[in-house]
Design a protein around this ligand. Structure first.
Ligand SMILES: Cc1cc2nc3c(=O)[nH]c(=O)nc-3n(C[C@H](O)[C@H](O)[C@H](O)COP(=O)(O)O)c2cc1C
Length: 316
């Protein structure tokens, strides 16, 4: 049973993934990378290089590509599957963002099985690594086709399938439909990973048991909570689940900060860390006021001091 980190564009960069791996995450996926962008970008293009970066502390990393041109998808897969940095290539058939889906990429491919088939076949042929697909249930409630798309993907040579139990039109509203995920699991022989709305170890236990999936992907539940991976593994093994202390949370936030500061310009790190700190503080006393204060701070040292003081005051 694998507990994996789902790709979250703008969030699951290598520092975030390293913290999840420390807590028992089995495998992660990069943020989605545009195949067209990769093929055309100069090889040292900073934004693309950021997305492609793998840290040595990441034991298993899958690269996710999105696009709608079989040729560019295949060219990107061919090169990136041979660079030695990744353990698999994943095809994005789930992104609901308007500019991606309405142009036929991401979840837009759920509406065009013929094109999806050409892309999957081209990527499987070009890739030196196993290929997987991450999909939604379908475009909308009237067009649920995850079972057909999963069979198609399997027929094209895909080795794993991940299903987020929502349609494109749902975006992130409503609840993920794990009964539909179970139907996909029953329909194919390749491993199926279920995804959607796992925020606690209990959520994971119930969904794994009821759907029979081979593993799960955790997305938003890992934001500010890399400990969820360890908790799920403990729950699966029948061990007691423990909650992180404020000290653990603040120490993790400070290490997260250091990794970002060592990688990005300080003003970028300060801005990006605001959302992460907001998540780390969730559920703590005075979290709203603390978040407001931190969001007004411009210097990393100020924020780091505050996090250290929080830890010490709590233990005084
Ligand atoms: C901010 C954000 C960014 C996302 N970026 C990606 C992405 O790059 N590739 C992808 O396949 N899915 C992406 N997703 C979808 C997630 O991987 C996942 O399928 C979804 O959040 C449901 O899982 P969860 O309930 O565990 O969060 C994104 C979701 C969010 C909220």
């Amino acid at each position: 049973m694998e507990i994996r980190l789902a790709p979250l564009a703008g969030i699951t960069d290598w520092p975030f993934r390293v913290l999840c791996f420390e807590q028992g995450c089995d495998c992660a996926t990069t943020e989605m990378v545009s195949a067209l962008g990769y093929v055309y970008a100069p090889k040292n293009h900073p934004a693309t290089q950021s997305l492609l970066r793998r840290d040595p502390r990441e034991p298993r990393l899958i690269l996710q590509l999105f696009g709608k041109e079989p040729d560019y998808m295949a060219r990107a897969a061919e090169e990136l599957s041979r660079c030695g940095d990744y353990d698999g290539i994943d095809i994005n058939m789930g992104c609901p963002a308007h500019k991606v889906a309405s142009s036929g990429e991401g979840s837009g491919l759920m509406r065009d099985p013929a094109l999806a088939e050409r892309i999957i076949r081209a990527v499987v042929k070009a890739s030196a690594l196993p290929v997987s697909v991450k999909m939604r249930l379908g475009w909308d409630a009237a067009h649920i086709n995850a079972v057909e798309m999963a069979r198609l993907a399997e027929d094209c040579g895909v080795r794993e399938i991940a299903v987020h139990g929502r349609t494109r039109m749902q975006m992130y509203a409503g609840e993920a439909d794990w009964d539909m995920i179970a139907k996909v699991k029953q329909a194919v022989r390749v491993p199926v990973y279920g995804n959607g709305d796992i925020f606690t170890a209990q959520d994971a236990l119930e969904r794994i048991k009821n759907s029979g999936v081979d593993g799960v992907l955790i997305g938003r539940g890992a934001q500010g909570n890399p400990w969820l991976f360890r908790q799920i593994k403990d729950a699966l093994a029948g061990r007691e689940i423990t909650q992180p202390t404020l000290r653990e949370k603040m120490e993790t936030a400070l290490r997260h900060y250091d990794m970002l500061l060592n990688w990005k310009p300080a003003h970028v790190a300060v801005s990006e860390m605001r959302k992460h700190i907001g998540w780390y503080l969730r559920g703590e006393r005075g979290a709203t006021q603390l978040r407001d204060r931190i969001n007004r701070m411009e210097r990393a040292e100020e924020v780091q001091d505050l996090l250290r003081r929080l830890m010490e005051e709590n233990e005084a």
